[in-house]
Design a protein around this ligand. Sequence first.
Ligand code: CTP
Length: 403
Amino acid sequence: MSLTGRTVLLIIPGGIAAYKALELVRLLKREGGRVRAVLTEAGAQFVTPLSLQALTEEKVYTDLFSLTDESEMGHIQLSRAADLLVVAPASADILARMAAGLASDLATTLLLATDKPVLVAPAMNVRMWTHAATVANLATLKARGVSVVKPEEGPMACGEFGPGRLAELPVILEAIRAHLTPAARPLAGQHALVTSGPTHEPIDPVRYIANRSSGRQGHAIAAALAALGARVTLVSGPVTLPDPAGVAVVKVETAAQMLAACEAALPAEIAVFAAAVADWRVAEPAALKLKKAPGAEVPELHFLPNPDILATIAQRAENRPRLVVGFAAETHDLLAHAVAKRLRKGCDWIVANDVSDRSGVMGGAENEIHLVTEAGVEDWPRLPKEAVAGRLADRIAAEFSGD
Ligand code: CTP
């Protein structure tokens, strides 16, 4: 009964394989899971709400309006009360609507509103599956963290042969188990604090000092730790990124606010400081906008040092997180600076990366890092920032399991 206490929200779009969703419900229930089913209008052409209701032993949700008898936020609650959202069989149409971020019916509204992991098991005609539009939509969804159970190759109901058949149910079940069982959540019960993005230090009410950090790496780390089961608090400076799924986000602007938010978030077992915090702030930000006047002097800015958030938390006597990870963004002598920074700041690990212009890391999609620990330096290959995040989260999980 590996799924006892876990809830799957099963979304069934239209498709000839929709009947297999009924068997999937039965398998999930046999494992002790709770299944709430959502049937799209097209899905209801293939399976009936009544069969689903009998198998799930729950009310079946068929369209947006069925929720109006609940509170106004019914659809949000429905999507968040589940541990996992599963779309099976995922048609080309629903994948396209998910990729576009549409909320044109209950199913897509739930998928857009959820903060829980999403797994899709596509099934469609081989030409639809290999069409550039579907390929691009899947790539978009994967980049956003959606898991995909790939379809299989074989004869199809439409008479053609090729990839596009819904994966075998035991394969889908295994993918669901992998998301929901404790082994997939090695950081369950741990609280992780992550900082991300730049800070903005005001000069006057309309101007500020900032840097080129996009927050992409820090946000990906928060998402990766949450995916391993950690409760994550993400303290983020101003970024244009969406909040990662399943993460509590505290939005700040300045370094002082970021430090206060980090301290308020303690205790935490894990702390990863990926933010590009401004080292200095303007000593006295002007209360009114600085105006230029003909012949007037150019304003002179006086700076004060900002608190070092990483060092402050790493050197706390009380409530120091068990594992404190800092970043070292360097343009030269990377490893020497990173090794020295680990000792100077008092953190356990330093994730060192080259942010010189030629590396393209700052604001870019990839990162090439070196993990500096007490034991030495691990060189990682150049990877997308999401993959760096996943690897770091795995490394942290291994540390906590004593591997
Ligand atoms: N950091 C921080 N608070 C600051 C400055 C930096 O928490 N006020 C953290 C960053 O989040 C990062 C690490 O310290 O994890 C290293 O930041 P970096 O800017 O690379 O190093 P600095 O401490 O600024 O040292 P230097 O300017 O010499 O490179």
